[in-house]
Design a protein around this ligand. Structure first.
Ligand code: GAP
Length: 503
C-alpha cells in the first residue's frame, strides 16, 4: 500500500500542484516547482495570510525587498557567524549528513541545538556509521547554510541569498517608520523567497533549499505594548501548548492565555500566539487536536530569539507534529546589530523617550503550510476528495454541460466565461458527469455548476457542493454573487434552497 506521503506526492504531481524542479534532468535536490493548481492555491494562501495578519494592526503593511544581501548586513544580523548546522561527512564515500539527523535516525528523538563536540560524542557513543556505505564518519563541523553570491564582474563583492525575509524589513525599518508618521507598533510583512543550503533536503517541501516565507515583523515599545493590546479579552482563551519538556510526546495540553502569562510569558507574546492559533483553527480550518505550539529551549531556539515557540501541525505524511512556522520574540537583536555595523542610530523618539524598538516576529513557511493543508484535507478512497476550505481551493467552480449536445456546451461555455472574469473557474465537457465531479473533488473544487435540459428552458443550473454532494437549483444569473457569498461566509449552502432529490 502506498504511504500517505506517496499518496500526496502522486496527487500533487498528477494534478498540477507541485513537483521536483528540473525533473527533465533528473531533479535538483531541495528545489520544487508549482503547477497551475499549486500556484493558485499558494496565491490564495498568501492573500488569506496577508488579509488576516495585516488586519491585526492599524499600522501594519506589506513591503517587498531584495533577495541578495551584502555580507556586512548578514554579519550584523548574526547570520554569517551563527546560521549554521552541524555537518558530518563520511570518510569513505564523502556523503554529507546533518549531525542531529544521524542521531535522530538511531534514537527516534529530536536533537536540535547540539554542538559539533556533542555530535561527535553521540556518534561515538551510539557507534553510528555512514547510513549510505557504512564507512566511518569524520569529525563534525559547523556548516553555514547561506548561499554565497559573488556580485560584480569579478565576483569581488561578497553577498548571500537572503536566508530569511525578515532582514529586508529590518534594513528598511527606519525609512518606513519615517514614511508612516513615526508610530509604534509598526508591522511590516514580506511574503517572498528565502534560500538555505540545507545539508540534507528531504521530505519534499519540508526541507527545501529555496522556499517561501510569509513573515510579519511587529516593532513595538516594550514599555507600552502590553497596554496597547486587547489582552483582557483573550485571557480565558485556551491555547494548545507543548512545553519544551513535553514536546517529544505527540500531544499538547490546553492552557489559558492567563495561565501562560502567570507562568512568565509576556502578555504581548501570548496575545500573538492566540492570534496565530485563531488563524489556524479559523480560516485554515485545522482540527484543534492537530495543532499546537511547541516551545524551544535555550539550546534549541534560534540565536536571535529570547522566546521561541514553533507552530506545529500533526501530519500523517510526515509522521506527526511538524513545524509550519514560529512565534519569535527577537527583542532588539536585529535593529541593534544593524545600528552597530552601519553606524546609524535606529532608535526612535516615542513620547519624549529614545527607544530601540523590540520585535515580535510571526514567521510562516508557505510551502510547508500548503503541504500541511494537502495532508489534512485529502481523503483518499473510492471517492477521493480534497476538502480544502473553499477560499483556498485552486478552482472555486467547475462548469459542465450535462450532455455535449442540444446547445448545452454553448450555454455552459458562456457561463464559464462570465464566471472566469470574477472567480477561479474551470470548464470540463469530457467523460461522464460522474467522472467530471470526481476530477473536481480530487483537486478540492468546492462547487460545480451543471447546465442541463432545464437550463435551456428557464436558465437555472444545478449547483453541487463538494463535501455533502447535495445539489440545488439556482438561476444562472445569480451564480457569481452566490459563490462570493459562500466564499466569504455570508451564505451557507444549506440555506440556499431545498436540495434536489438524488438520482
Ligand atoms: N525569520 C525567522 C525564520 O526564518 P525559521 O524558523 O528559520 O525562522 C521560518 O524559518 C519558517 O520558514 C519555518 O517555520 C518553516 O516553516 C520555513 N522554513 C525554514 N526552513 C525551511 C526549509 N528548508 N524548507 C521549507 N521551509 C522552511
Amino acid at each position: 500500500m502506498a504511504s500517505r506521503y506517496d499518496e500526496l506526492t502522486s496527487l500533487s504531481v498528477r494534478r498540477g500542484f507541485l513537483w521536483p524542479a528540473v525533473d527533465l534532468y533528473g531533479g535538483f535536490a531541495g528545489f520544487y516547482d508549482y503547477g497551475h493548481l499549486g500556484a493558485r492555491m499558494k496565491r490564495k494562501w498568501e492573500d488569506l495570510w496577508l488579509a488576516y495578519f495585516l488586519g491585526l494592526g492599524d499600522n501594519y503593511h506589506l513591503i517587498d525587498t531584495t533577495t541578495v544581501l551584502p555580507e556586512v548586513s548578514l554579519k550584523a544580523s548574526g547570520h554569517v557567524d551563527h546560521f549554521t548546522d552541524v555537518l558530518v561527512a563520511c570518510t569513505k564515500c564523502g556523503e554529507s549528513f546533518r549531525g542531529d539527523h544521524l542521531i535522530e535516525a538511531v534514537t527516534h528523538e529530536e536533537h536540535e541545538g547540539l554542538s559539533p563536540a556533542d555530535v561527535d560524542a553521540k556518534v561515538r557513543e551510539l557507534n553510528i556509521r555512514c547510513p549510505r556505505c557504512k564507512g566511518a564518519l569524520g569529525p563534525a563541523r559547523p556548516f553555514n547554510m547561506m548561499f554565497p553570491v559573488g556580485v560584480g564582474t569579478l565576483g569581488q563583492d561578497r553577498a548571500y541569498l537572503r536566508p530569511e525575509t525578515a532582514q529586508g524589513v529590518y534594513l528598511n525599518f527606519k525609512r518606513e517608520f519615517e514614511a508612516l508618521r513615526r508610530k509604534l507598533p509598526l508591522g511590516l510583512a514580506i511574503v517572498g523567497r528565502a534560500y538555505r543550503n540545507e545539508i540534507s533536503p528531504r521530505q519534499g517541501t519540508y526541507r527545501m533549499r529555496e522556499f517561501l516565507q510569509a513573515e510579519l515583523q511587529i516593532f513595538f515599545d516594550p514599555a507600552t505594548f502590553d497596554s496597547q493590546l486587547p489582552i483582557d479579552a483573550m485571557r480565558d482563551e485556551k491555547l494548545r501548548i507543548a512545553f519544551a519538556r513535553e514536546k517529544t510526546e505527540p500531544t499538547a495540553s490546553d492552557r489559558t492565555a492567563d495561565d501562560l502569562i502567570r507562568q512568565g510569558l509576556p502578555p504581548f507574546y501570548v496575545y500573538h500566539m492566540a492570534m496565530v492559533q485563531r488563524f489556524y483553527l479559523g480560516p485554515l480550518a485545522i482540527p484543534r487536536d492537530r495543532f499546537r505550539f511547541a516551545e524551544l529551549d535555550e539550546r534549541e531556539r534560534a540565536f536571535y530569539n529570547k522566546i521561541h515557540f514553533d507552530i506545529q501541525v500533526s501530519q500523517d505524511s510526515l509522521g506527526g507534529y511538524r513545524e509550519l512556522g514560529g512565534v519569535h520574540y527577537r527583542t532588539d537583536h536585529d535593529l541593534s546589530g544593524h545600528a552597530a555595523l552601519s553606524k546609524t542610530d535606529l532608535s526612535v523618539l516615542i513620547d519624549g523617550r529614545r527607544v530601540v524598538p523590540h520585535v515580535v516576529e510571526l514567521s510562516f513557511g508557505v510551502d510547508r503550510n500548503l503541504w500541511g493543508l494537502l495532508d489534512l484535507c485529502y481523503r483518499a478512497g473510492e471517492r477521493a476528495v480534497l476538502q480544502l476550505p473553499p477560499a483556498l481551493a485552486p478552482v472555486t467552480i467547475g462548469v459542465f454541460p450535462l450532455l455535449s449536445r442540444d446547445g448545452m456546451p454553448d450555454r455552459a461555455m458562456t457561463l464559464f466565461r462570465e464566471l472566469r472574469s470574477q472567480l477561479d473557474a474551470a470548464y470540463d465537457e469530457s467523460g461522464s458527469i460522474g467522472r467530471r465531479y470526481a476530477r473536481m473533488d480530487e483537486v478540492g473544487t468546492p462547487f460545480c455548476a451543471t447546465v442541463d435540459h432545464t437550463t435551456l428552458q428557464d436558465d437555472t443550473i444545478t449547483l453541487r457542493e463538494r463535501d455533502s454532494t447535495a445539489q440545488i437549483r439556482l438561476p444562472a444569473g445569480r451564480l457569481a454573487e452566490t459563490l462570493r457569498g459562500l466564499l466569504d461566509g455570508r451564505a451557507r449552502f444549506e440555506s440556499l434552497g431545498p436540495p434536489l432529490a438524488r438520482d
